[in-house]
Ligand binder design. Structure first.
Ligand SMILES: OCc1cccc(Br)n1
Length: 404
């Protein structure tokens, strides 16, 4: 819990630095919010059930659809651009054989209402700011960046119907996770010809914008978006963190433009985080489309990375004071001392039962108390208490009114 609170504190601090406002959504949503016909894994693992009102509901597997619903609900009342962040628990029903969690917490940041790639550049900057805060460097982690418009331009040149686009992306996201023969089979099932599949896989292996430009030409949106993003990265000062990689498509069907994912350079872990542009998501829920982009950052892989890099913070429980009555009829006096200290914004562990001093010293050590405040009869009658600084052993008496 201390590690989770430390992570969330850093998520929140970075969101604050970027001027984002915190929002939240219900963990339980209508199942329909997450039903998409693109064959996504997230659909197969939906943690869904029928409630007592015979409604089909689901524990959310991600936050973006809830955000889209909220943007539509807010309608014109929320002035654009919206810069919202959330930290929410998400669920999936995985067979336990895979030994993976069925729930995790995800930090999301989303910018709604900005069509330019300045929005994606800002989001990448926020994640890199987070990594830097916790000691992760560009030698540990990088971002593979691409655009789904690369895919779109290739698919259009083979007249693959637009409505297969999401499905093709989900298949391509499995590259490296399932045999390439299965990828090719699935792509053909999705309506692509043999030639189109071979060509597409060729394009997806491209790792440089220059090479991509040779294939796609320099007039398409994909190239101009990516060139602008890499130029902004230069200005932000995080070029060393990002690289073009045409194979990045991300596994969510609704991305429409720039996509990116954070990876560990040693290649030992799954993607750390990921996100991209989703300009057409709102209309799938009946709203007017608005340009949008965002990312999700789970609390599982990042902890594995911190362990790998020896970056786990030491997070001991800390209390400034432990207050103890030296005999039972001074328990009220001890409570009064605790209250005075707490009103001075000092943390106090108040000993709530009569215990031998040996026990009190042991507890003080266990909770890392900085000071032991003893309420004894003689001192109390003089309006004083005795203070022991536990690190130095220094001990002194002080007037209660001067205790701080
Ligand atoms: O990253 C996908 C995901 C979604 C919900 C729960 C968990 Br654990 N993981």
């Amino acid at each position: 819990m201390r590690l989770r609170s430390w992570l969330f504190h850093n998520f929140r601090e970075v969101s604050r630095l970027f001027g984002f406002e915190e929002i939240d959504f219900p963990v339980l949503e209508s199942e329909a919010l997450f039903i998409r016909k693109a064959g996504e894994e997230i659909r197969d693992q939906l943690y869904c059930f029928e409630d007592r009102g015979n409604r089909r509901v689901a524990l959310r597997p991600e936050l973006t659809p809830s955000l889209a619903r909220l943007v539509i609900q807010k309608g014109k009342s929320a002035p654009l651009p919206l810069k919202w962040f959330a930290i929410g628990q998400c669920w999936r029903y995985e067979r336990m054989t895979r030994g993976r969690r069925r729930e995790h917490y995800q930090w999301n940041m989303d910018i709604i209402g900005v069509p330019e790639v300045t929005a994606e550049a800002e989001l990448l900057s926020s994640i890199i700011t987070f990594f830097k805060r916790i000691g992760v460097t560009a030698s540990d982690v990088g971002f593979k960046v691409s655009s789904r418009k690369v895919l779109q331009e290739v698919l259009r040149s083979y007249s693959v119907p637009e409505d297969s686009f999401g499905r093709v992306c989900v298949i391509i996201d499995k590259i490296g996770k399932i045999p390439v023969e299965d990828i090719k089979k699935d792509l053909k099932l999705a309506g692509m010809s043999e030639v189109a599949v071979e060509d597409l896989l060729q394009v997806l292996s491209i790792k440089s914008l220059e090479k991509l430009e040779e294939i796609l030409g320099d007039s398409g949106e994909a190239i101009s978006d990516l060139r602008q993003l890499f130029s902004l990265a230069e200005k932000f000062g995080y070029s060393e963190w990002i690289q073009f990689d045409a194979s990045v498509v991300r596994g969510l069907a609704y991305y429409t433009g720039i996509v990116f994912e954070g990876f560990d350079r040693e290649g030992k872990l799954r993607a750390i985080c990921g996100g991209g542009r989703y300009d057409k998501l709102l209309s799938t829920f009946g709203g007017d489309d608005l340009p949008a982009c965002g990312f999700g950052f789970g609390d599982a892989v990042i902890v594995e990375l911190l362990k790998e890099k020896g970056l786990l913070p030491k997070l001991d429980h800390q209390v400034e004071n432990i207050v103890c009555a030296l005999d039972s009829d001074l328990q009220g006096a001890a409570a009064a001392v605790a209250t005075i200290l707490r009103e001075k914004n000092q943390s106090v562990d108040l000993v709530l039962e009569s215990k031998p001093l040996k026990w009190v010293f042991k507890r003080a050590a266990r909770i890392n108390a900085q000071r032991l405040i003893l309420v004894g009869l003689d001192e109390w009658q003089k309006g004083m208490v005795s203070v022991k600084i536990l690190s130095s052993g220094e001990q002194y008496e002080v007037k209660l009114v001067e205790l701080e």
